[in-house]
Design a binder for this molecule. Sequence first.
Ligand code: FAD
Length: 531
Amino acid sequence: MAMIDHAVVIVGGGPTGLMLAGELALAAVDVAIVERRASQDLAGSRAGGLHARTIEILDQRGIADRFLSEGQVAQVAGFAGVRLDISDFPTRHNYGLGLWQNQIERILAGWIGELAVPIYRGHEVTGFAQDDTGVDVELSDGSSLRAEYLVGCDGGRSLIRKAAGIAFPGSDPTTSSLIAEVEMAETPEWGIHRSAFGVHSFGRKEYQIVDGKIVYADRGPVGVLVTEQHVSAATEPTLGDLSAALIAACGTDYGVHSPIWISRFTDAARQAVAYRKGRVLIAGDAAHVHPPDGGQGLQTGVQDAVNLGWKLAQVVKGASPESLLDTYHTERHPVAARVLRNTMASIILRREDDRTKALRDTISELLNMDEPRKRFAAMMSGLDIRYDLGDGHPLLGRRMPDLDLVTANGPLRLFTLLHDAVPILLNLGEPGGLDITPWAHRVQLIDAGCVDTWELPVLGAVTSPNAVLIRPDGYVAWVGDLTQLGLADALTTWFGPPAGAPVRSSAGAQMPGNAQTFIVAIPSRSFLIGT
Ligand SMILES: Cc1cc2nc3c(=O)[nH]c(=O)nc-3n(C[C@H](O)[C@H](O)[C@H](O)COP(=O)(O)OP(=O)(O)OC[C@H]3O[C@@H](n4cnc5c(N)ncnc54)[C@H](O)[C@@H]3O)c2cc1C
């Protein structure tokens, strides 16, 4: 490959890299992905579904139906084996979706294909060097790419994170598990079981959800998950390892044979101390790894991407200063830190000894009470995420509900307005009562009526605002009463200075502000997502 320039190069075309590429492409940024896999095919299965907030995020881009039509809708949120029903939550997607990661990646790859994002497949990034104006990205075939910004979405062993010298502190594994797709001569009892070592579970790969219950296919490969007796090194597991682990946990290996794939994961939990080093950023598993309990890794990565995408687009276009990128770390680091905390707590509750069982029963009793159920369900489904944007109306920093609006062009759902990832100032007061002329080329001003009750997960009903400024990621940046107090500041903070005013870059250079045009439920291991 000859040296090619792109505004942004993403290393890794997993769920995080694909989502980020889509977000940048929507903002008309020249973005490319370098992916070492020759095709999108995934060895193994990994994530088994989507939680409610991730489905909402996809709905904000108008692509949720592509996933919903291939998956199985179910109540998948859970904590430590306790299922948490969110069917009474105020969202159009008051459920999760069982859908394998390879299907999720295929659909995302199809979307970014439509957005014409180039993917350099079969290429491995081996290093990079950054200077004041960009980053040279080295590839294994000796060629290189030049980018203004480089984003490492290259998974838990991220070369980009390591080469950037970003520390990755956390805890070493205390337990390891094998996960596989195999044939079995005997039929094990389907579902989740516990032993002194932890959890093991069995289920056919093909299943349906009928009346909220998993119904397995009569035949076909079996998905197995088993906790090993001793923590194993991160080496390639064999059929012998799987057989031994099954015998230790269940007393038999059920005649396991013909593995399609076998892999090992641990409960190591680590998080990058910084999500940005100069012109290099990291997202997804590259920034945080943790046990799969609760099924939160892919969700967190996709949502990292949606937080970073529009910010990076604005910086690349010169509309916002580089300091906007620091809000990516400030907002997303605490979200993953909380995921690490809840997965580590879940690990302790996996075992089956008397004391652990007593603790799990106690937690289960608590989670069956309404208030704790709502709080934990909102956490596990991602619906309660709040970025700290200061005090004020409860909507500030929280996800904007997908309200039914009435506009001059007729009725529409609010999420429809977010399909192109352009910010919205929603004026629910006097039509024409808000003026944002200096930002009109970057922010859509919508006069609308709304009769819906404003209700947020866990918090319940909140006062109807007069106006709301909504970021492209669907989070509320400003809430207005009858005045425009604070609106200009919020617009400047998030979408750059008004037309004609200078954009101060972190290097102190000035650019004209108007120079830019804005154009789960895995049956065999369903405890992971709590069913
Ligand atoms: C057993 C298991 C079950 C799980 N279940 C769930 C679940 O139910 N729900 C959930 O949300 N999450 C789950 N996860 C976590 C989920 O799989 C990950 O969080 C998710 O894949 C992270 O996506 P990513 O794009 O950040 O990284 P990855 O998916 O790891 O993608 C990284 C990509 O970068 C590429 N790459 C790496 N290095 C280079 C390089 N140097 N050059 C070029 N390309 C490179 C890789 O080939 C890969 O395609 C599970 C994980 C495991 C192991």
